[in-house]
Write a protein that binds this ligand. Sequence first.
Ligand SMILES: Nc1nc2c(c(=O)[nH]1)N[C@H]1C(S)=C(S)[C@@H](COP(=O)(O)O)O[C@H]1N2
Ligand SMILES: [Mo]
Length: 260
Amino acid sequence: MKNFFRDLFTKNSKLNTDQLIIKKTVISFFFFFVFAGAAVWGWVWLRDQPSSSGRTSAPLRKVLNTNEAIFSNILSDRHLAKTYPLSLAANPARVNGNLGLKSQFDPATWVMNVIRSKGDTLKIRLEDIKQLPKTEIVFNFKCIEGWNQITHWGGVKFSDFMKAYGLNEEAAMKYLGLSTPDKQYYVGIDMPSAMHPQTLLCYELNGQPLPLDQGYPLRLIIPVKYGVKSLKRIGFMYFDNKRTPDYWADVKGYDYFTGL
Ligand SMILES: Nc1nc2c(c(=O)[nH]1)N[C@H]1C(S)=C(S)[C@@H](COP(=O)(O)O)O[C@H]1N2
Ligand SMILES: [Mo]
């Protein structure tokens, strides 16, 4: 035993092969236990931290918030989502997600309620939206769950809509909020992404009116974001300088911006 400890602190060149093997093995185990201990300690610490929002613990939330601060800045008019030829568009297109679409719904009485910052509410019909210049896009629609699909949409640019209705004060605010008529699904979007030239108030899929389960009469299509933000069946639109509520960010702790 005495020799063993002495060997541990003896220069390698002065040890025979057996002594050297023992020395190196002991040193390896020592570091293995130090790092394993640190990893377990770190995990226990992280597990015991209070959670800040939903299910994400405060330290992890801090990292996510930093990511958001960085990535929200990358979004701007300068970056366009890639577009594709019409022939590549899926038909029929995949249907995914029916939150806010399960309540009783009467297409005949539908209007989009645009709640202005002054407090008055515009009630806009589908015919009104269709009066505005139409824009079409074929892009790769990406769902956060891991699938993507090239799809063909038609509607009005959100920025054209804001201009046409004189919603300048509202467009100058930092966030847009949208919700379904029954308010069961809602999304928050930073205004630069909403005003992006590819963001549509969309009423057509593959040249046809939207199917009911894909958001008839009007949905958002926002190619610079994951699919979660492309809210189907807009009932309400509102504006704020603070972050507007977002179903997946608030309930599940997902990233608020989900930029692409
Ligand atoms: N009202 C509403 N809109 C929604 C959802 C939803 O559950 N309810 N799901 C979102 C998600 S996660 C995706 S990927 C897309 C899917 O659009 P699609 O059904 O046209 O493929 O809609 C988004 N908009
Ligand atoms: Mo999604």
